[in-house]
Design a protein. Structure first.
Length: 274
């Protein structure tokens, strides 16, 4: 196996990965792609990067494995406290009032790019704590990483992954066991995990909240806009979008309304006539 990709091989791989997922590799992060490819070529027992390129073109499962390997699955419970304060003190009270007005009894949330599940479980915990019992809660966590989704489905996390969980939630919604913590069934039952490539239609509809944090930074401008527009299409007429604190829709031709709360800046879809 060649130690590094040739320029033409790099171009072939980054074009294929972009077309499959919207993930964009520039020259500045070429080394990341090369590092992940070296591992995959070795594990797949391919003779060369060229042979591995042919393999992923004919084997959709190996393509999924490659896309899994080139994504960064960095997350933690209640990451970015300001977002969860906004959810708790602004978004949920407003949504509950809206549901009452419309005589509806379900709140649906999508955690897109949920990694190992800490984000959707964090959202489910806050909803369970604050939403009236007669309002159903559904949280969907999706990711392009099958390994991460399996961890999320299991709902077990080592003790060092529990940093950031507020003290009042730990004994209430987690069971301490085997050197870590298991998410209790009361919360696990609210969360459904599913594989999804954000380049495609999720099939979801009627969403009240979408979390897609620190995912758009991996896309170029065209893929970002396409993804954001797909979010708009699947969200309810009165709904909220959370993106990463380093991400912005500024300059993007989007219908979302910028919303500054006392805690954080998020986006809102608000149609007066739905």
């Amino acid at each position: 196996m060649a130690e590094f990709l040739t320029d033409s091989e790099f171009e072939n791989y980054r074009t294929l990965i972009y077309n499959e997922s919207g993930i964009h590799f520039s020259n500045s992060n070429r080394s990341i792609l090369e590092s992940r490819l070296r591992d995959r070529v070795k594990l797949a027992r391919s003779e060369s990067v060229g042979a591995y390129y042919n393999l992923i073109n004919r084997d959709p499962e190996e393509m999924k494995v490659l896309l899994d390997s080139v994504t960064t699955n960095l997350t933690r419970f209640f990451r970015n406290t300001a977002h969860f304060q906004t959810l708790q003190y602004s978004v949920i009270p407003d949504l509950v009032a809206e549901k009452r007005k419309r005589a509806e009894n379900r709140i649906r949330v999508w955690s897109a790019g949920c990694s190992t599940g800490e984000e959707p479980y964090s959202v489910a915990i806050i909803l369970r704590d604050l939403v009236p019992a007669d309002v159903a809660i559904e949280v969907i966590g999706s990711d392009i990483s099958l390994k991460s989704l399996m961890i999320g489905k299991e709902g077990f996390y080592p003790e060092n992954r529990m940093v950031g969980v507020p003290e009042q939630y730990l004994p209430k919604y987690f069971e301490k066991k085997n050197g870590g913590y298991q998410v209790r069934d009361e919360i696990r039952s609210l969360v459904r995990f599913d594989y999804h490539n954000l380049k495609n239609d999720s099939g979801l509809r009627g969403l009240d909240i979408v979390f897609c944090r620190n995912v758009l930074i991996y896309f170029d401008e065209v893929a970002q806009k396409a993804t954001v527009n797909r979010f708009w299409d699947v969200m309810n007429s009165h709904s909220y979008l959370f993106i990463g604190h380093s991400e912005s829709l500024f300059g993007m031709n989007t219908q979302f309304e910028f919303l500054k709360t006392d805690w954080a800046c998020i986006y809102r879809k608000f149609l007066k006539f739905s």
